[in-house]
Design a protein around this ligand. Structure first.
Ligand code: UD1
Ligand code: CA
Length: 496
């Protein structure tokens, strides 16, 4: 049997979210790489509704734009004033007309709700032929929620809001989650008859249950298997709880698929991250955006990777990376920074305190220590000496550097772009290279060394340096006087 498909899913997202105490609209707060609203829309969209509708009010432009970003086919309906959940749904039925078929209502601030839970609600609703089916949950602390009131036969009779409930009703621990499946035509009629004679003076969607029962229709419930899923987010504490729960769920899925997560408590991943079997994620690692970790790769401790692909058996340690590729067997870090457009080809090594941007490091090449590589192509098996700087920016424009295969740059080389270093060429330590170097040549571009003998004793008399120089001069003179004795006693120097 094919799954029943709702004609519409209505996501309520007009509320203000004052308890967040944030200038970011509540629905737009991110968790695991997606806004709260984005999670709700993704779950709604998985039901394959003919129409996906979002009701916006507070911060409508930002919330509406985010809805369109997450679900391009979404219908955005504006609720001018927040007259209650019933009013929100009435705004939709009045704007879109009566839609015969199953209509699902859910919230934009319930990011843990799984699509399969909504699908089970829709299935139960379609099978039973109810006018309304309510997703309910059993919670240890039902305060703040609407309570599920049953009649003598145990059938759903009505939902009573906390503010309107009697003490006996408040002791009921089965609550309304706020997710419903309705008969669309009956819903459109019933929301028109919802009154505002309640403690909050609002049009309660929950009143539709009693209205439909009064009309002689059947109402049912589906109990959520996992009450954590229907936990709404109203403040920053609940946002953090939801984020941890969602993160834990994503990590569990990847562990079941074969990834090793050494410390789930300190590992954070976004919904679009993928981890291959035997990828190992070490503590304190954040994987964001579209980041893919290959089989056998080891990431962390202490990595922040965004939109980065890591090939099989590569290793990254204390690395920050954005929009970069690290190929098979390459090693990066500790303390490396890969900026957008960086490609580290197979078997290459990036070491300590190295920053790269818009550059390709060839197969087996090494940039081991303290370097900046910007706008460059480095050939295979090249060795970039400690503190080599690719000077790519002249203050106005960026320029490119090409370094050939098997090139060896001496420590503290500055490569002033645009520049080409031919295959197999060398640069001398401390060189500032401004002209192309032909293949196989060595570029020496530094001042020649000049020693002024005796300068310190003359110009810095009385210092420790002058005294040390004097001692060295005297012992050299003494050694020159007794060459025979030195030879007889042998050389007592050390060898490293
Ligand atoms: C609602 C339910 C309650 C249920 C609880 C579950 C009603 C009357 N009560 O209470 O039974 O236990 O949810 O969380 O429905 N919204 C709009 N427009 C409005 C009012 C609300 O779009 O005019 C949206 C909000 O943005 C939010 C959702 O509807 O996403 C729920 O609104 P909220 O005010 O939080 O309802 P509760 O009082 O918590
Ligand atoms: Ca709420």
């Amino acid at each position: 049997m094919s799954e029943p498909r709702p004609v519409a899913v209505i996501v309520l997202a007009a509320g203000e979210g004052t308890r967040m105490k944030s200038r970011i609209p509540k629905m737009l707060h991110p968790l695991c790489g997606r806004s709260m609203l984005g999670h709700a829309l993704a779950a709604a969209d998985e039901l394959g509704p003919e129409r996906l509708v979002v009701v916006v009010g507070h911060s409508r432009d930002e919330v509406g734009a985010e809805a369109a970003r997450q679900a391009p086919d979404v219908h955005v309906v504006v609720q001018e004033r927040q007259g209650g959940t019933g009013h929100a749904v009435r705004t939709v039925t009045e704007a879109l007309g009566v839609v015969p078929g199953i209509v699902v209502v859910t919230y934009g601030d319930m990011p843990l709700l799984r699509a399969q839970t909504l699908a089970a609600l829709v299935r139960a609703h379609a099978t039973a032929g109810h006018a309304v089916t309510v997703l309910t949950a059993l919670v240890p602390d039902p305060s703040g929620y609407g309570r599920i009131i049953r009649d003598g036969s145990g059938a759903l009779a009505e939902i009573v809001e906390e503010a309107d409930a009697t003490a006996a009703q408040r002791s009921i621990s089965e609550i309304n989650t706020g997710c419903y499946a309705f008969d669309g035509a009956l819903l459109a009629d019933a929301v028109k008859r919802v009154a505002t004679s309640n403690a909050q003076g609002q049009e309660y969607l929950t009143d539709v249950v009693a209205i439909l029962r009064g009309d002689g229709h059947l109402a049912g419930t589906v109990l959520a298997a996992d009450p954590a899923e229907v936990q709404g987010v109203n403040d920053q504490v609940q946002l953090a709880q939801a984020r941890r729960a969602l993160n834990g769920r994503l990590l569990e899925d990847w562990m079941r698929a074969g990834a090793t997560i050494v410390d789930p408590a300190s590992t954070w991943i976004d919904v679009d991250v993928t981890l291959a079997p035997d990828a190992t994620i070490m503590p304190g690692t954040h994987l964001e955006g579209r980041t893919d970790i290959g089989p056998g790769a080891r990431v962390g401790p202490g990595c922040l990777l965004r939109n980065t692909s890591v090939g099989p058996d590569a290793m990254l340690l204390y690395t920050v990376s954005e929009s970069a590729e690290v190929e098979a067997g390459a090693t990066v870090g500790p303390f490396a920074r890969l900026r957008p457009g960086t490609r580290i080809l197979a078997g290459a090594h990036i070491g300590t305190f190295v920053e790269l941007k818009n550059s390709t490091v060839g197969e087996g090449a090494k940039v081991p220590h303290l370097s900046y590589v910007g706008d460059a192509d480095i050939g295979e098996r090249a060795n970039i000496g400690a503190a080599t700087i690719f000077a790519n920016y002249d203050g106005v424009a960026k320029h490119h550097t090409t370094v050939g295969a098997h090139v060896f740059t001496g420590s503290d080389t500055v490569l002033v772009a645009p520049l080409t270093i031919g295959d197999g060429a060398y640069t001398a330590a401390g060189s500032v290279v401004t002209e192309d170097v032909p293949p196989g040549a060595i570029a020496v571009a530094r001042g020649r060394q000049h020693n002024a003998p005796g300068w310190v004793e003359k110009k810095r008399p009385g210092t420790g340096s002058a005294a040390a120089a004097a001692r060295a001069r005297e012992s050299a003179a003494a050694a020159a006087d007794a060459p025979a004795r030195e030879t007889a006693e042998g050389n007592e120097g050390t060898q490293a």
